[in-house]
Design a protein around this ligand. Structure first.
Ligand SMILES: [Zn+2]
Length: 188
C-alpha cells in the first residue's frame, strides 16, 4: 500500500467497509479510492483479488458504492429505498459471476470468474449489501452520529446501541471534543 494515498478503514462488514471508502460525506469529503490501483488494493485487502482495473471499472465501482450508501441510509431511517440505487445494486449482483468456494480449512473464499475480476468482486459486494439492507443478517443498519459523517454502518453489538461508524475515528473525535468541552467548563 502506498503512503501517498489515504488509508483504508476496514470493517467486518464488506458492504459498509466499501461505502466507507468515501468518508466525511457531510464535511471534508475524502476519497479513499482515488485511482484504479487503490480499488485493486482495497479489494485485495478484502480477499477479493483482481487482475486489473480500468478507469471505467473504478467509475462503476464508485457508482455502486454511492448506490449502496443511498439504499443503506434509507434503510437505516426506514425511508423508502431509492429506486435508482436499488436497480444499480441489483444489476451488479446479477452480473457478478463469483463462486463461493470452501477451503480445506473450512473457510469461504470467493473465486472470481471473469477476465479482470472487478465485475465479479462488485457483484459480491452488491450481494453483501442486499443481505444487510434486506435484514438477512444479525444486526441493524444505523447512521453514524457524527454530523460530518452520517455514514450508514451495520451495528452487530448485542445492545444495538453503537453510535459511530468507526470507534477509532468518529468515536474518538467525539470523545476528544467532549473532553475539551469538559475541560473548558472546568477552566472557566
Ligand atoms: Zn462516522
Amino acid at each position: 500500500m502506498s503512503a501517498r494515498f489515504p488509508d483504508f478503514r476496514l470493517g467486518s462488514v464488506l458492504a459498509t467497509s466499501f461505502t466507507g471508502t468515501l468518508t466525511e460525506r457531510r464535511g471534508d469529503t475524502l476519497e479513499r479510492l482515488p485511482t484504479p490501483q487503490r480499488l485493486i488494493d482495497w479489494l485485495a485487502a478484502n480477499d477479493l483479488t483482481v487482475e486489473s482495473c480500468s478507469t471505467a471499472q473504478l467509475d462503476r465501482a464508485r457508482e455502486l458504492r454511492e448506490s449502496i450508501h443511498a439504499a443503506a441510509t434509507a434503510a437505516a431511517v426506514q425511508a423508502p429505498l431509492p429506486a435508482a440505487a436499488v436497480r444499480i445494486i441489483n444489476d451488479h449482483s446479477a452480473r457478478g459471476a463469483a463462486a463461493a468456494v470452501l477451503t480445506p480449512d473450512g473457510e469461504r473464499r470467493w473465486q472470481l470468474g471473469s477476465a479482470s475480476g472487478v465485475e465479479d468482486a462488485l457483484g459480491v459486494i452488491a450481494a453483501d449489501a442486499i443481505s444487510i439492507i434486506a435484514g438477512q443478517r444479525d444486526g441493524r443498519l444505523a447512521l453514524c452520529a457524527s454530523p460530518t459523517c452520517q455514514a450508514a454502518f451495520f451495528d452487530t453489538s448485542r445492545s444495538r446501541s453503537r453510535r459511530w461508524c468507526d470507534m477509532g475515528t468518529c468515536g474518538n473525535r467525539h470523545k476528544k471534543a467532549r473532553f475539551l468541552a469538559n475541560r473548558n467548563v472546568a477552566d472557566s
